[in-house]
Design a protein around this ligand. Structure first.
Ligand SMILES: *[C@@H]1O[C@H](CO)[C@@H](O)[C@H](O)[C@H]1NC(C)=O
Ligand SMILES: *[C@@H]1O[C@H](CO)[C@@H](O)[C@H](O)[C@H]1NC(C)=O
Length: 295
């Protein structure tokens, strides 16, 4: 009695709410999202909004590649949503693709805007799902180009000093190629969110290189020198984000007491050293890669 008309009104409102929830994705305005905080570090603790942050996450290296084409782009959002629903907070993915299919960097200093827009999409989607990204900047291995591609470019342009893959680390021309890529990437303005990558708190951290090895200099000095130079260069452009190396986690000759912990002797002869490399002044945190089926 008396509340008769309320029921159809509630019904109507429920219907509006339902339609809004169903199409909310289409209306999402990235630029009007509340500001996220940057993840920082205090001693050995990650910190977010003044509180300790414990990271749990996963690896989906393929996001940018799949975001290039219309038929596969949706997989990025599906994966981020699945991770987010499981309570995962950080996803590691590639922010590079050098030469080859769907390359971000087509050749030194030439970038494919179509692929950059795909990376913009990955970052915008991560933000939308409340997941931060650990973005890796180059591959030691040949997948997606890697240091071999840089060495080939230098060779093709007639400036390469050596055909060794490891000249990626010491050849001045190749160092310039890589620094140029870093500058373009870090100052990229996201075409969806309008935020420069270096100012985007959706990015949890930069990972300098996936699984670096430089076995042509097992003293480790060549890799260490490259890490020192490139990390200082990154921090000269971007002081807001954390930075890690991307090591597998093997001990080298500068950590003689720990060599017995390596899987086998070869692991101490790769020119890398978990302790020394991680102690580089601009490195904020360390990580290891675990392959339980191999070692
Ligand atoms: C860092 O952590 C220490 C020890 O927990 C605390 O006393 C200090 O206030 C923290 N510093 C900042 C900048 O949060
Ligand atoms: C360069 O790296 C690729 C793959 O990582 C390997 O197949 C090739 O043999 C390497 N070349 C040299 C000269 O080490």
């Amino acid at each position: 009695m008396g509340n008769g008309p309320l029921i159809p009104i509630l019904g109507f409102l429920t219907c509006v709410a339902f339609i809004y929830l169903s199409f909310g994705d289409l209306w999402f305005d990235y630029k009007r999202e509340p500001e996220l905080g940057f993840v920082s570090r205090n001693g050995t603790q990650f910190v977010l909004d003044g509180k300790p942050l414990y990271v749990n996450g996963w690896n989906s290296y393929w996001f940018m590649d799949h975001a290039v084409n219309d038929h596969s782009r949706h997989r990025v959002g599906v994966m981020l949503e699945a991770g987010s629903k499981m309570g995962l907070t950080v996803c590691r993915t590639w922010a590079f693709n050098d030469g080859g299919y769907n390359a971000l960097q087509i050749s030194p200093g030439r970038f494919d805007e179509r692929v950059f827009k795909a990376l913009d999409h990955v970052i915008a989607e991560a933000k939308r799902h409340g997941v931060r990204l650990l973005l890796s900047l180059v591959n030691n291995l040949q997948a997606y180009g890697g240091k071999t591609q840089y060495v080939n470019w230098a060779w093709q342009e007639g400036v390469g000093l050596s055909s060794s893959n490891d000249s990626f680390f010491f050849d001045p021309s190749i160092r310039r190629y890589f620094k140029n890529y870093l500058t373009v990437l870090l100052t990229r303005k996201n075409s969806i969110t309008g935020i420069e990558y270096r100012n985007d708190p959706t990015i949890f951290a930069w990972e300098l290189i996936n699984e670096p090895r430089c076995f042509t200099d097992i003293s480790g000095d060549t890799l260490q020198d490259w890490i020192n130079e490139m990390t200082a260069f990154i921090k000269s452009i971007d002081k807001k984000h954390l930075l890690t190396v991307g090591l597998e986690g093997f001990y080298g000759p500068k950590s003689p007491k720990r060599l017995t912990v390596n899987p086998e002797k070869w692991a101490s002869e790769l020119g890398s050293d978990f302790v020394r490399n991680s102690e580089s002044p601009n490195i904020d945190f360390a990580s290891v890669h675990i392959y339980p089926d191999h070692w």
